[in-house]
Design a protein around this ligand. Structure first.
Ligand SMILES: [Zn+2]
Length: 272
């Protein structure tokens, strides 16, 4: 058995058996109520998880993507046993164990290149929120010449068409079949250092955070939010359109907590 399988089983055990100070089966109760509440995710406090088994600390630090995949797979596996009808009725790629309160809290101004690809915990005031847009994740294209349907996974938010038709072997622009393709809710928000975190005399720093699935629209501009997610990069371009060797950074959110609503003092704006 690989360590991956072992940690997946261990996480399933955590979901089934973890009790809080009052002896409540915190996560198990939530898992059982998912279908009743029409929920697709369960938020997991990382501090609870590592108090259950410290092995998750190592896994999350060494391979954040594998860690997130492991806990998601474990949640799906548990639901398949407990609530198979619910699992069969929804898109299972939407089922998420969302990690909050990760151990490595980094101030926005302390984010550096060494954090790229790592799981981080950040906090700040939400300043702007984009509209919620559909993000294409699994496309079905149709060849304009022979009508063949061609599925194509979309990677990292880039629109990708098949280069040529596998049936008639022609290079042709494809038609996207929206009805047969899968989309996910997507939103970009901007988070700025809160006044308490701001060193005297400094301008506040901010970072873009990408929200997907059931965490879109859970917070509003002006909220103090805490996000656990992975620091990702996108290419930077010069004014003439040439690709630069520098990159822009953003946080791909996994778990989101709203710790305080403070709508009064902050000048807020919504933009596209
Ligand atoms: Zn064709």
């Amino acid at each position: 058995m690989s360590s991956y399988d072992e940690s997946q089983e261990r996480f399933e055990e955590f979901l089934r058996t973890y009790k809080d100070d009052q002896g409540t089966l915190t996560y198990w109760t939530r898992v059982q109520q998912m279908s009743i509440n029409d929920e697709t995710s369960v938020s997991i406090d990382f501090q609870d998880l590592i108090s259950f088994d410290n092995v998750f600390m190592t896994l999350a630090a060494e391979d954040p993507l594998k860690f997130i995949e492991t806990v998601n797979d474990a949640l799906v596996a548990v639901l398949r046993v407990e609530d198979p009808d619910y699992v069969n009725s929804i898109d299972i790629t939407l089922i998420k164990a969302r990690i909050t309160n990760y151990s490595e809290h980094v101030a926005l101004r302390a984010i550096r290149s060494k954090h790229i690809g790592k799981l981080l915990h950040i906090s700040g005031i939400m300043m702007r929120a984009s509209e919620v847009k559909p993000l294409l994740v699994q496309a079905v294209f149709q060849c304009r010449i022979c009508d063949e349907k061609i599925p194509q996974t979309q990677e990292e938010g880039r629109y990708t068409e098949p280069v040529r038709c596998p049936l008639c072997d022609k290079k042709t622009p494809m038609r996207l079949l929206s009805q047969e393709s899968q989309f996910r809710d997507w939103q970009k928000v901007r988070i700025q250092e809160s006044p308490e975190e701001l060193p005297p005399g400094q301008m506040p720093r901010s970072i873009d955070v990408i929200l997907e699935g059931d965490v879109v629209d859970v917070s509003r501009p002006g909220d103090l939010v805490k996000v656990t997610g992975i620091l990702q990069t996108t290419p930077d371009f010069s004014r003439r359109g040439g690709r630069l060797a520098t990159f822009n950074i953003f946080i791909e959110a996994n778990g989101v907590e709203i710790s305080e609503k403070e709508h009064e003092q902050i000048e807020i704006s919504e933009e596209d």
